[in-house]
Design a protein around this ligand. Structure first.
Ligand SMILES: Nc1ncnc2c1ncn2[C@@H]1O[C@H](COP(=O)(O)OP(=O)(O)OP(=O)(O)O)[C@@H](O)[C@H]1O
Ligand SMILES: [Mg+2]
Length: 332
């Protein structure tokens, strides 16, 4: 069976003021099977949201896909007609956006917004759609759902709005759910509840999930696989347990070292454990050379790194691939 989502060699560029194409994502590949979760992780600006938006075919103005394919159950998203794409969004794939307010319409009650999606995608009558909207609000554990269905987004707390977004995203039972930082700006207990909710929904519906988050703790619990992005490229990918236990790329090791609670009971990466964060910054768009984008920040960097171009993403173990000239030495 084809994976629910397959991203193959995807590259995205942005047109700058002079009309020049600047790479945003380069040669990204990953896939997600039914009932599985892949986490996209990496610092701010690494290209996580752009990956999500490319899959939804909702890239902002000025961004273009320059190579690759995106397949949803084998169907090419990039060549689909607009009308087909609108049907796919909602039916096959839906997304929880990083900013709930950008996705919710302030002029409609939350119940009406969910009902509208059900009416269009699920062939329900208005009345059935309204009833089911309330059921979905209950499913995401919104108290007094009948009453809340009649309120407007601005009358709700951030956590409630996030739940409404999730209710809307799952209402049409998509095969693929993309959750872009579904818990940013929420307090820790609500974060945990939302992650639990996603796990429960997945168990019930076998939805494939692309989870975008900075929270490697949540990743280790929820995700089957991880793709670590750095400056628009995948620099390490594999089963999440394997990566949490044996990170190979210095960047992944740095990210994990920023998450002390994750390292409990596991061999700690030897560097940066005490730093709390990775020194330096992700190179901005247009400032990426042909060599390893992490070079300037890497405490392992050696002669080979300085003299060679960006290392390819090479398999190091079953399903575990790393883009680092020193991956084998670091493991040893
Ligand atoms: N609307 C936009 N116009 C121009 N550049 C943008 C726009 N949105 C994002 N970018 C740039 O594209 C690159 C990838 O951004 P993206 O939003 O995918 O990062 P991200 O990994 O989602 O970061 P974050 O964790 O902060 O959400 C970044 O360099 C960012 O500055
Ligand atoms: Mg983002």
């Amino acid at each position: 069976m084809a994976p629910v989502l397959s991203v193959e060699d995807l590259s995205v560029s942005m047109t700058d003021r002079d009309g020049k194409l600047v790479p945003v994502l380069e040669n990204l590949s990953f896939s997600v099977d039914r009932g599985r979760t892949i986490a996209l992780v990496g610092e701010s600006g690494c290209g996580k949201s752009m990956t999500a938006l490319a899959i939804m075919r909702l890239l902002p103005e000025g961004f273009v896909v320059t190579s690759g394919r995106i397949l949803l159950e084998g169907e090419d998203v990039l060549t689909a007609r607009n009308q087909r794409m609108r049907a796919l969004r909602g039916d096959t794939v839906s997304m929880v956006f990083q900013e709930p307010m950008t996705a919710l319409n302030p002029l409609y009650t939350v119940g009406d917004q969910i009902a509208e999606a059900l009416y269009h995608h699920r062939n329900l009558s208005r009345r059935e759609a309204n009833e089911q909207a309330v059921e979905f609000l209950k499913a995401v554990q919104i108290p007094a759902a009948e009453h809340r269905a009649k309120t407007y987004p601005h009358q709700m707390s951030g956590g409630m709005r996030q739940r409404v977004m999730i209710a809307m995203a799952i209402a049409c039972k998509p095969k693929l759910l993309i959750a872009d930082e579904p818990t940013t700006a929420l307090d820790v207990t609500v974060q945990a509840q939302i992650f639990d909710l996603l796990a429960k929904l997945q168990e019930e519906t076998e939805t494939a999930i692309v989870l975008i988050t900075h929270d490697l703790g949540a990743v280790a619990e929820l995700a089957d696989d991880i793709a670590v992005l750095y400056a628009g490229r995948c620099i390490e990918t594999g089963p999440s347990q394997e990566i949490a236990a044996r990170p190979r790329h210095p960047y992944t090791r740095g990210l994990l070292a920023c998450m002390p609670h994750l390292a409990i009971g596991q061999p700690k990466p030897s560097v940066w454990v005490d730093l709390g964060e990775i020194p330096g910054m992700v190179p901005g768009l247009g400032n990426r050379g042909p060599d390893c984008a992490f070079l300037a920040r890497c405490s392992y960097a050696s002669e080979v790194c300085r003299s060679q171009p960006q290392p390819p993403l090479g398999a190091i173990d079953t399903g575990h691939a790393v883009s680092c000239w020193l991956a084998r030495e670091i493991a040893a």
